[in-house]
Ligand binder design. Structure first.
Ligand code: EPU
Length: 419
């Protein structure tokens, strides 16, 4: 397992370009299953999660080819609508194949994803909604088995906004008979990107980005050829890297409309942020001010940036209050940040972060994707050399983060094969 070594204390300066979005690409790749023929995706990030989904589709009989940042998926010969445990266990987003498979093939067998480090993360909403479309669902031996002759449109009210749940149902309803109305949908930019992808395949999806989405089912879809949107969470992480180091950075590809809540909090903490060219320019102060924030579904503050902003606030002036409402166990970075001298107390879903003058380097352990990013950020600020172990978590969602940070002046390098 690789580690990342960072010697802190250098303000980041310069320009950096955001890669394609992991969480937009994953459902779009799953949507390729809806159409016989070759779909092409441009600007695909080279990430472990994308490779895992590619392997899963190849297991089903799809032809998956990569040429640089272009990925092509030919789903003409998919013959095994099955997602085995060995692949699903490493990536929860595999559940995204359920909707497309049952819609196109009338059957699917997908391993239940199980819990993960950040919480239990059930898929009851996906299953309840597919049943409403007429799928017969059985759970046996750790697998979801879904069958349907043809799905039928229905009105579905989600109990809570779920990102992959909304995506799964949009894909299933695209080939259903008649109209589906999804209510209390997730509104994330990745949902809009999926609707655009489906519509380019000939689907009729309206309202994505709002809480009600209408889908008029069609009998067949054609393959797509599309460019992936920039990764808003990577963009936010790079802005946070500038923030914690008192830097001055242009993040190309960062879109203000995708990041309103985090930008508001970064400005409240003292940063100047302006739209410049096709990106965002951040100039951070030497010392940040404390700010309170609460995570919520989009357009609220993204849970996927909670750990990163918390790392920044650990060296702010004053006490910040951070409330996590989306996942029940997403404070695992706190213990590791504390080992670097941060003063953070957790009470249930709330963390109180009392800003300290200095962080001090320490060996730390990454526990999940976004927690890993927060430890790298803390390392950029800490005095001395921090080693972040188990960076395979980081590699699931960030393409060459250390190379991008090094190009901005950070003293950072990957160390092969440690703990
Ligand atoms: N939930 C249920 N039942 C369901 C589905 C969700 O109770 O059937 C709950 C979850 O347990 C959670 C809340 O609803 O408490 C929201 O979960 P959601 O379903 O929206 O999360 P997800 O679709 O599994 C996606 C991203 C996550 C991101 C969340 C929240 C992808 C592939 N994953 O997960 O990304 O944190 O939305 O924005 O899009 C990451 O990239 O690091 C990551 C974890």
């Amino acid at each position: 397992m690789d580690a990342i070594e960072i010697t802190g204390g250098r303000p980041l300066r310069g320009e950096v370009t955001v890669s394609g979005s992991k969480n937009a690409t994953l459902p779009q790749i799953a949507a390729a299953l809806l159409a016989p023929g070759r779909s092409v995706f441009r600007g695909v990030p080279d990430l472990a999660d994308i490779r895992t989904l590619g392997r899963l589709l190849a297991h089903m009989g799809a032809r998956v080819e990569r040429d640089g940042d272009t990925l092509s998926i030919d789903a003409a010969d998919v013959g095994t609508p099955e997602a085995p445990y060995e692949l699903v266990k490493t990536m929860r987003a595999s559940v995204l194949v359920l909707g497309p498979l049952v819609a196109r093939f009338g059957r699917a067998r997908v391993s239940l994803p199980g819990g993960c480090a950040i919480g239990a993360r059930p898929i009851d909403q996906h299953l309840k909604a597919l049943e409403a479309l007429g799928a017969r669902i059985e759970l046996s031996h750790g697998y979801v088995e879904a069958k349907a002759d043809r799905l039928r449109g229905a009105r579905i009210l989600f109990d809570l906004p779920t990102v992959t749940g909304t995506e799964n149902l949009m894909m299933a309803a695209a080939l259903a008979e008649g109209r589906t109305l999804l209510e209390n949908c997730a509104r994330e930019p990745e949902i809009v990107a999926l609707a655009d992808a489906l519509n380019s395949m000939g689907a009729q999806v309206q309202g994505a980005g709002g809480s009600a989405i209408t889908i008029d089912g069609v009998t067949a879809l054609r393959p797509m050829d599309l460019a992936v949107i920039p990764d808003r969470i990577e963009a936010g992480t790079l802005l946070a890297a500038a923030l914690i180091t008192g830097g001055d950075v242009l993040v190309r590809g960062a879109r203000a409309e995708d990041l309103e809540a985090p930008l508001a909090k970064m400005r409240e903490a003292g940063a100047e942020i302006s739209v410049e060219g096709a990106g965002l320019h951040i100039v951070a102060p030497q010392r940040l001010e404390a700010v309170d924030f609460i995570t919520a579904p989009f357009p609220g503050f993204p849970t996927d940036l909670q750990a990163q902003l918390m790392a920044c606030l650990s060296v702010a002036r004053g006490a910040s209050r951070v409330v996590e409402t989306v996942f029940e166990n997403r404070f695992m970075h706190v213990q590791e940040l504390s080992r670097m001298g941060a003063d953070i107390a957790i009470d249930g879903h709330t963390a109180v972060v009392r800003g300290v003058d200095h962080l001090s380097a320490a060996p730390v352990m990454a526990t999940d994707l976004r927690a890993s990013a927060s430890l790298v950020l803390a390392g950029l600020r800490a005095e001395g050399t921090t080693t972040v172990h188990r960076v395979y978590h980081l590699d699931r969602g960030y393409q060459a983060l250390e190379t991008k940070l090094a190009a901005l002046g950070a003293s950072i390098r990957r160390v092969k094969g440690t703990l």
